[in-house]
Design a binder for this molecule. Structure first.
Ligand code: PRP
Length: 176
């Protein structure tokens, strides 16, 4: 497999500063309450891990795995549940943690799936948002960065399964 050297779009330091601020805001909003954090696999694993370290609340961590299928030209793919939560979210304060909201189909599907389980509150944190590609508007309560329509990798995001381990958000430039 070829290895590319990505250009840095959002540095490790910029991410750390933003994640700390998001964690502080979440802590303030839910002060005195318990929070159930749902990490959406695989892409959100690194953001969720760092965000949790900045949330000063009693937290229960859940994982859910979704995969989206499109035909490559038509963005109206569908989203398949690969792995469900291990516990109930009924009556709980729930924070969904995503790496990116792109077309918005994944978060729309997930929100519908979770709302019927009657959480007390349902909020969304996403590291990245691509407004130019968004087709299904979703309220991102805690947003890291709005980005242009570039193919981003690193900090959990992959290209053909690779590059998730990078500590920054990068782009594969045309030259490599
Ligand atoms: C990515 C990402 C989001 C979704 C966003 O997941 O993690 O869940 O796409 O795209 P959308 O807004 O257009 O739905 P992907 O299906 O690539 O799986 P992964 O997280 O395992 O990489």
């Amino acid at each position: 497999m070829d290895d590319f050297t990505p250009d840095v779009l959002i540095s490790e330091e910029e991410i750390a500063i933003r994640v700390e601020a998001l964690g502080k805001a979440i802590t303030e909003e839910f002060e005195g309450e318990e929070l159930t954090v749902i990490c959406v696999l695989k892409g959100a694993f690194m953001f969720c891990s760092d965000l949790l370290k900045q949330i000063n609340l009693p937290v229960k961590l859940e994982f859910i795995a979704l995969s989206s299928y499109g035909d490559g030209t038509n963005s109206s793919g569908n989203v398949k549940l690969e792995m469900d939560l291990s516990g109930s979210i009924a009556g709980k304060n729930v924070l969904v943690v995503e790496d990116i909201v792109d077309t918005g189909l994944t978060i729309k599907t997930l929100t519908e799936m979770l709302n019927v389980r009657n959480p007390k509150t349902l909020k969304l944190a996403s590291l990245l948002f691509k407004p130019t590609r968004n087709e299904h508007p979703a309220k991102i309560d805690y947003l890291g960065f709005e980005i242009e329509d570039k193919f981003v990798i690193g900090y959990g995001l992959d290209y053909a399964g690779r590059y998730r381990e990078l500590p920054y958000v990068g782009v594969l430039n045309a030259g490599n």
